[in-house]
Design a protein around this ligand. Structure first.
Ligand SMILES: [Fe+2]
Length: 502
């Protein structure tokens, strides 16, 4: 429905200035009848201060006044106010100031006084139209800038509650209504029908469902009715997933509806984002849990396999544990950092895991292995690396296990690496592995005494074993003494295997 002019004009403030009291009171009466707010002043000097304090939209002023003329008043006003619309009243055309002055002082028009004010009213209405448009642009600019400032809050993915509160806070700030509400449905794909309702201002939670139920959007996103503006929040398939409602500041419904269109798109995208984020978080947690369970069960399996390898017969029992301990101590003796030592310890435990696939016939053969059997057994370091590579936890130890039978002279297996090409962790395990194999009782030979094992290590220094690891071994042995060393590393007992018979 079209509003009457009186209602339209009530937001515009006019000041009339003339030293002729009758003229100002006549103008006041005339424009008040049209619905304007009109103040009167008859002293041109005091008028300047009144404009400064009064937030007027339009100034109607006489040109010829005392002690100062209208153009001088305007000149002063323009020093602090460029926005007020000014219409100059003149007694006669010939008395009007030159057009150049009118332009310089940014005077919107002049009116030749008569006993009829209809032409002046047209001039005022033309000013009102311009002012309205300026206000719309200003509102738009302010609203958009408030929205832009507030957008980061909408994309705070921490929690639903804070996003919903931010939406209502920004709504109140941008649309200046007396209250707002937000109603959001639970995600449909999960079959939820829960409705989350937040309210601010003078809107009660109880009245929200009624307002929402009676809203007919008919393809529109924003609906204005009864001083309220309702906006549909939509998901990526344009299904309505919620409604934002707000009171409106009167007079600029069109602009507010335009701004709401922009704003509600941001809200839709923020809520959609939040839901995706929540979905991803839940799925991530499920995946992490599943992955951890998988890891745990894999580690259990590998541990079981290790036990199978170690416990196949009394000769192999405990070998991996002893190699792991001796190798870790050698790494510490070499002043390696904790991560290095941990890698060596873990690789020592699992270094022979690849033997799980080698037949008992070969592993427990009392005689020397033939060529094919030896070739089979040599595959265990590669097999072990493959078994361990299936799990992230063992990523670091895979190459160590693969290379624990490499030799410094390049005659080892599986890759024939030489010298520093062999991971240092593998060099350490090789010494610990061979020492434990030599000093343990085998089904194909008796254990060697400690002195003989040491001699073999010394003989292999630089060809089979890394010199600095053999040196570290000898230093450790000397430092601990043979008895403590034997006790600690459990040498000379009837158990185990480890290094392969060749
Ligand atoms: Fe081995």
């Amino acid at each position: 429905m079209r509003k009457n002019r009186r209602t339209l004009h009530k937001d515009f403030r006019i000041l009339t200035l003339d030293d002729d009291v009758i003229m100002t009171s006549t103008l006041q009466a005339y424009f008040q009848r049209s619905g304007y707010y009109v103040d009167v002043i008859n002293d041109p000097c005091r008028a300047i201060e009144q404009v400064r304090e009064g937030a007027y939209d339009i100034l109607l002023l006489d040109f010829l006044m005392t002690p100062i003329c209208g153009d001088q008043v305007v000149e002063e006003i323009r020093k602090f106010n460029k926005d007020i619309y000014i219409i100059l009243l003149t007694g006669h055309k010939s008395m009007a100031p030159p057009i150049r002055t009118i332009r310089e002082l940014d005077i919107q028009g002049y009116y030749e006084k008569s006993d009829r004010f209809d032409q002046l009213e047209l001039l005022v209405e033309s000013c009102v139209k311009s002012i309205s448009q300026m206000r719309i642009i200003q509102n738009y600019k302010t609203g958009l800038s408030q929205m832009m400032d507030s957008l980061p809050q909408l994309y705070n993915l921490d929690n639903t509650q804070s996003i919903f509160e931010s939406i209502l806070r920004i709504t109140g700030k941008v649309f200046c209504g007396e209250g707002a509400f937000l109603m959001v449905w639970g995600p449909k794909e999960e079959g939820e029908t829960e409705k989350i309702i937040h309210v601010t201002g003078n809107i009660s939670r109880e009245e929200v469902p009624r307002m929402v139920e009676t809203a007919q959007f008919d393809g529109q996103t924003v609906l204005c009715r009864d001083g309220m503006m309702l906006a549909a929040i939509e998901d990526e398939s344009r299904r309505t997933i919620g409604i934002l409602g707000t009171g409106m500041s009167p007079g600029t419904e069109y602009v507010q509806a335009q701004m709401m269109e922009i704003y509600v798109r941001q809200i839709s995208s923020a809520i959609h984002n939040m839901r995706l984020h929540q979905l991803v978080s839940v799925k991530n947690e499920e995946l992490t849990r599943a992955y951890e369970q998988l890891n745990e069960s894999y580690v259990e399996i590998i541990n079981a396999m290790r036990t199978v390898v170690d416990e196949r017969d009394i000769y192999t029992r405990g070998h991996s544990d002893r190699v792991s301990e001796l190798a870790a101590d050698l790494a510490s003796w070499l002043q390696k950092d904790k991560r290095f030592v941990d890698r060596v310890r873990l690789a020592g435990l699992f270094h022979d895991i690849g033997k799980v696939g080698i037949s008992d016939k070969i592993l427990m053969k009392p005689d020397k292995l033939d060529e094919k059997e030896y070739a089979d057994i040599k595959k265990h370091s590669d097999k072990g690396a493959k078994i361990l590579s299936a799990i992230t936890l063992f990523n670091d130890v895979v190459p160590i296990v693969r290379s624990h039978h490499e030799r410094m002279d390049g005659k080892g297996y599986p890759d024939g690496l030489q010298g520093e090409e062999i991971p240092e962790e593998s060099q350490i395990i090789a010494v610990a592995d061979s020492f434990d194999a030599m000093t343990s009782h085998r089904h194909y030979r008796s254990n060697l005494p400690l002195s003989a094992a040491v001699e073999e290590l010394e003989q292999g220094r630089g060809t089979q074993f890394a010199p600095h690891v053999v040196d570290a071994f000898l230093e450790m042995l000397e430092s601990m003494g043979e008895e403590s060393f034997s006790q600690k590393y459990d040498t000379g007992k009837e158990h185990d295997e480890g290094g392969e018979k060749r």
